[in-house]
Ligand binder design. Structure first.
Ligand code: PBG
Length: 327
């Protein structure tokens, strides 16, 4: 009869011991709720590919933001779905455009109880669905797009956005937006750089959520899923350009990149648990194939463990409620 020299199971013997030695914790303030607001609808509209998520009216958006705040969520990230689109995404810079109007409404409603954040990208506003303006050959023109982004940044800052989420993956976008904000005196507006944003299939349900007009893909500007080092390089460039926070997106399929970015920068690192990650769990749960709450909390904890300081997740309000129950 031989006995084990080491007994790591000692640390797992009871809920009390497990709780005491747990390395990673998740609290509501580490969650950010992405929300969609659609122009010209009189009642919230369900999104078929994202059961439980809606395109909001201005009123329902305000109410959902209040619920998020009451649940202790850290912030909301707003996406606009305009009624009319054009080649330059004019609605993005129009002070009366849906996203800018919604931002002012949410800030008025919740004040400083939440960090109110706005998606800074043209794809929801362009009639071709790309994240920038197009050159004559049909590719996205990087430098011409930066001029649109700086105008969009100022429009969002004027609407009261606390944090701009730069998700377009244009080169130099952080520096361009930072300069524009400084020049207009918006010295406190935070910049979240979607630094390591990968081109892939997990954004599928989001395309329905924002009624995307995109044909084709974003592989000329978003990262190739095979490239981890390139994600770290993008994050380092964004830090140099003046980002306050960097992000990795999607989350669960890119935990290795998240861990590498966490080890490489000394500012907050966030992760975006995207629409495809959400809908996979919802679909499996609806079929009775997976424990919904367990899978959601485990995925969020895993993203934290890999290094995310905060997580954008469509489950933010619901998960925050569960986390409070556990305390
Ligand atoms: C770009 C943007 C996208 C998402 C967030 N910001 C779409 C894309 O890059 O194709 C996707 C988020 C999700 O899938 O949940 N405005």
């Amino acid at each position: 009869m031989s006995f084990p020299t080491h007994r790591p199971r000692r640390l797992r013997q009871s809920p009390a011991v497990r709780r005491l030695v747990r390395e990673t914790h998740l609290v509501p303030s580490q969650l950010v709720l992405p929300m969609f607001v659609r122009e010209g609808i009189s009642a919230p509209a369900d999104i078929g590919s994202m059961p439980g998520v809606q395109q909001h009216t201005l009123d329902s958006l305000r109410r959902a933001a209040v619920s998020a705040a009451e649940a202790g969520v850290g912030g909301v990230m707003l996406f606009g779905v305009p009624a009319v689109r054009d080649a330059n995404g004019s609605g993005a810079t129009d002070p009366d455009g849906i996203l800018n109007v919604a931002t002012a409404a949410v800030v008025e409603e919740v004040g400083d109880a939440l960090v109110v954040q706005t998606d800074l990208c043209l794809d929801e506003f362009t009639d071709h669905g790309h994240c920038g303006v197009l050159a004559a050959d049909g590719t996205v023109d990087n430098d011409a797009t930066l001029e649109r982004y700086t105008d969009m940044a100022l429009a969002q800052a004027r609407a009261g956005s606390h944090l701009l989420g730069l998700s377009g993956m244009m080169d130099g976008q952080v520096a361009a937006v930072r300069d524009a904000l400084e020049a207009e005196g918006f010295v406190d507006t935070l910049i979240l750089a979607y630094s390591a944003k990968y081109a892939g299939a997990f954004y599928g349900p989001f395309r329905e959520a924002v009624d995307s007009q995109l044909k084709g893909d974003r592989r000329q500007y978003q990262l190739d899923p095979g490239n981890g080092r390139e994600g770290v390089k993008e994050a380092l460039l964004d830090v140099e350009e003046g980002a306050d926070i960097v992000m990795v997106k999607p989350a669960l399929p890119y935990l290795d990149v998240l861990a590498d970015v966490r080890a490489s920068v000394d500012i907050p690192v966030w992760a975006y648990q995207v629409s495809g990650e959400y809908s996979m769990v919802e679909a499996a749960a609806a079929n009775g194939w997976i424990d919904r709450r367990g899978a959601i909390l485990e995925s969020l904890l895993s993203i934290r463990r890999a290094g995310a300081d905060a997580i954008l997740t469509y489950w933010a309000t619901e998960a925050a409620g569960w986390l409070r129950e556990q305390l």
